[in-house]
Ligand binder design. Structure first.
Ligand SMILES: [Zn+2]
Ligand SMILES: [Zn+2]
Length: 267
């Protein structure tokens, strides 16, 4: 059995085969999937909820991605507070900082991130973090960890470093803050030794596996549209680093997910 802790199911990439794609995920053994509620931007954060209402093994998040931070208004935050009480919404995210693309100015990204931390803290929901620094820099990580230490650590709610791509130091800092490291298909990319280094040291009760589909397909699907069923390949790559079978790695990730989010195990 497997977990996909981060999937964008709502996009146009799946317009032609969305139901079949979800069935393939179940047939591959996925027994929990977190559908990410970013959609096209702040007007669209409820986009993952219909999946979670339809399938008992799918859960939903809500959040405004750092790319769209400049579009976030008080009305959007009101809507987020309202949706946060939906019984199938288990996290706020993905939220965070992206200094690689800088689609929104950095001060505005930080402000939107802090505002969403407040919503999450009030709703007592963990957060899903997207963090991407600029080239050859730790800038976004330094800012992110400072904000988390100042404004989030005291909530004891923790969260998930989605698609972890940081250094070993950033891995340890995240674990110290109570975060889970979630590994995506880029663990299999030849240049991503830093990701494999983190996967080699993460405690086996502190990791998730994800696709971040439709992006970042693992080897041997690299370059194609990604989909949840391919998380089995990511499990294979993770397992090889820890002398586990792919099935054992998948089962551990699934168990970690249920424990972290306090979910009933209904398989
Ligand atoms: Zn992301
Ligand atoms: Zn994502």
């Amino acid at each position: 059995m497997f977990l996909d802790s981060h999937a964008h199911l709502d996009g146009p990439q799946f317009a032609s085969d969305r139901e079949a794609m979800i069935q393939r995920a179940y047939d591959a053994g996925i027994r929990a999937l977190l559908a990410i509620g970013n959609g096209d931007g702040p007007d669209d954060i409820a986009c993952a909820i219909p999946f979670a209402e339809q399938y008992p093994w799918i859960y939903a998040s809500i959040g405004v991605h750092p790319h769209e931070a400049r579009l976030l208004t008080p009305a959007h935050l009101d809507n987020m507070r309202r949706l946060a009480s939906h019984p199938r919404v288990i996290a706020i995210g993905e939220i965070g900082l992206d200094y690689w693309y800088d689609h929104s100015p950095r001060d505005i990204q930080q402000h939107a991130f802090r505002q969403q931390l407040q919503v999450a803290a009030a709703a007592r929901l963990p957060i899903l973090i997207h963090c991407r620094p600029s080239a050859n820099s730790n800038d976004a990580w330094d800012d992110l960890l400072a904000i988390l230490r100042h404004q989030w650590a005291a909530t004891n709610l923790g969260g998930v470093m989605h698609c972890f791509t940081g250094t070993l130091d950033q891995a340890h800092a995240s674990l110290d803050l109570g975060f889970i490291l979630s590994f995506a298909g880029n663990i299999s990319y030849p240049k991503a030794q830093n990701i494999r280094d983190a996967a080699a040291i993460v405690p086996l009760d502190r990791f998730f596996l994800e696709t971040d589909c439709p992006y970042l397909a693992p080897v041997p699907h690299r370059g194609q549209r990604n989909e949840p069923a391919y998380v089995t390949e990511t499990a294979r790559h993770f397992a090889a680093l820890r002398a586990l079978t792919p099935e054992a790695a998948g089962a551990l990730a699934l168990e970690n997910f249920h424990r972290f989010f306090h979910l009933p195990v209904s398989l």
